[in-house]
Design a protein around this ligand. Structure first.
Ligand SMILES: Nc1nc2c(c(=O)[nH]1)N[C@H]1C(S)=C(S)[C@@H](COP(=O)(O)O)O[C@H]1N2
Ligand SMILES: [Mo]
Length: 368
C-alpha cells in the first residue's frame, strides 16, 4: 500500500528534556527489542537467540506455503518466487556483523526519545541465501531503473504515517557487494523475529537496510522518498532539515566484560594480577586496523592485538590486550580505527535521531 497519514495516535519525534528519565514508552520498546548480552561477544558467530532484535511494528504472521516474493517495476520480466523456488536457487553464506543505527542513542544528551540502546545493538550471524544480483539478472533490470525498493510484510504507523516497512538501495547493486535474499540464519530457518521466511542482508550497512519479512522488490526510475528513507534514518540537527542518509556502519570496539558483574550497576569485579582483556571490533567502511585500550579513563592508550578478518570480510574482528589489575576502581576504554581512517570519538557529536553513535565504550572495573 501507499504510505498515508494516520493522525491522532502517533506521537511526533521528540527529544527528552534535560534530566528526563527513560519513560514507559521507551521501556516498552526496550522490553520488546533486546540487545546482545555483552558476554555473548565471546562467540565469533552469535547464537541466533542472543543476536540483537529490532522490530518497528509487529512480527508478521508468515505462512511458508503461500509466501511470495514479487519482483517488479523497471525490468524485463516480472518474477513471483515462492520459498521452494528461492531455496532451489544457488545460495551463498556470508558472516555479517549487523548493528542498529540507533545503537548508543541512550547515551546522548539530550536523548532522542526512541529505542534506548546503550551499546548492545549488535550481532554477527551466518546468513545463507540467494545473491540479489542473481534474481535481478533473471528479471532483467531496465536501463532507467535507479533504485530497488524492498518491502516487508509488517505494517504500522510511525510519526503519523501509516506504512509498510520499506527501504531502498541505489542501483547498480554489484555482485561484489554480497547483498543477499537470506532464508537461513546460522544454518537454520530464520527465527520469526529475524525475518522469517526471507530477509535482505546488506553487508556493511546499519540494520535499517536489512529489510525483514521481505515480500516485494520494486525497481523504480526515481529516488524512493518513503518514510524510512527520507523522514527517518537521516543525520540531522533539526526536524525541518532533510539531512544526510544513514548508510554504512561507523567503527566500534566492545570489550567482553571481564570478571563478574554487579546485578544492578553492571560494574565488573576482578582479582588483582594479570588479566587478558578481549573483545570484538568492526566497521562498515573497511577492516579494523587498530584497537587501543586505556585502563585509566583515557589518560594513556596502548595498542591491542587485532586479529585479521580472515575469510569473513563483513564480520567483526577479535582483539585482545594484557592488563595487570591492581586494587582500586578503574575505567577501561576501547577505541577502534578502520582502514578508511575513521575512528571513535571521545565526545559524541549529536544528531536528532540518535544515529551512528560510536562513542568509545567505558567499562567500570573494581579490582578487590
Ligand atoms: N520489515 C522490517 N525490516 C526491518 C525492521 C523492521 O522493523 N521491519 N527493522 C530494521 C532495523 S531498524 C534493524 S536494526 C534490523 C534488525 O535486525 P535484527 O532484528 O534481525 O537484528 O532490521 C531492520 N529490518
Ligand atoms: Mo535499527
Amino acid at each position: 500500500m501507499e504510505e498515508r497519514p494516520l493522525e491522532g495516535i502517533s506521537p511526533p519525534g521528540r527529544i527528552a528534556a534535560a534530566g528526563e528519565g527513560i519513560g514507559q514508552d521507551e521501556l516498552a520498546l526496550a522490553a520488546r527489542n533486546h540487545g546482545l548480552p555483552l558476554e555473548a561477544l565471546r562467540y565469533e558467530v552469535t547464537p541466533a537467540g542472543l543476536h540483537y532484535v529490532l522490530v518497528h511494528y509487529d512480527i508478521p504472521d508468515a505462512d511458508p506455503d503461500t509466501w511470495r516474493l514479487t519482483v517488479r517495476g523497471c525490468l524485463r520480466t516480472p518474477l513471483e518466487l515462492g520459498l521452494p523456488e528461492l531455496r532451489a536457487l544457488p545460495a551463498v553464506t556470508r558472516r555479517v556483523t549487523m548493528e542498529c543505527a540507533g545503537n548508543g542513542r541512550a547515551r546522548l544528551s539530550p536523548r532522542p526519545v526512541s529505542q534506548p540502546w546503550l551499546v548492545e545493538a549488535v550481532g554477527t550471524a551466518e546468513w545463507t541465501g540467494v545473491p540479489l544480483h542473481v534474481v535481478l539478472a533473471e528479471a532483467g533490470v531496465a536501463p532507467d531503473a535507479v533504485e530497488a525498493v524492498f518491502t516487508g510484510a509488517d505494517h504500522g504507523v510511525e510519526r503519523g504515517v501509516e506504512q509498510d516497512y520499506r527501504r531502498s538501495l541505489p542501483l547498480p547493486i554489484d555482485e561484489d557487494e554480497d547483498v543477499l535474499l537470506a532464508h537461513t540464519m546460522n544454518g537454520g530457518p530464520l527465527p520469526p523475529q529475524h525475518g522469517y521466511p526471507l530477509r535482505l542482508v546488506v553487508p556493511g550497512w546499519y540494520g535499517m537496510a536489512h529489510v525483514k519479512w521481505l515480500r516485494d522488490i520494486e525497481l523504480v526510475d526515481t529516488a524512493f522518498d518513503g518514510f524510512q528513507q527520507s523522514a527517518a534514518y537521516r543525520y540531522k540537527q533539526s526536524a525541518e532539515e532533510s539531512g544526510e542518509p544513514v548508510t554504512r556502519i561507523a567503527p566500534r570496539a566492545l570489550l567482553i566484560p571481564p570478571g563478574f558483574p554487579d546485578f544492578m550497576s553492571r560494574t565488573r569485579v576482578v582479582d588483582p594480577g594479570p588479566l587478558r582483556l578481549a573483545g570484538r571490533a568492526w566497521s562498515g567502511h573497511g577492516a579494523v586496523v587498530r584497537v587501543e585500550l586505556s585502563t585509566d579513563g583515557g589518560g594513556g592508550w596502548a595498542d591491542a592485538e587485532v586479529l585479521p578478518r580472515g575469510g569473513h570480510p563483513y564480520a567483526w574482528q577479535g582483539w585482545h590486550a594484557d592488563w595487570t589489575a591492581v586494587p582500586g576502581c578503574h575505567t577501561l576504554l576501547v577505541r577502534a580505527t578502520d582502514s578508511s581512517g575513521r575512528t571513535q570519538p571521545l565526545r559524541q557529536p549529536w544528531n536528532r535521531g540518535g544515529f551512528g553513535n560510536n562513542l568509545v565504550q567505558a567499562v567500570t572495573v573494581v579490582c578487590r
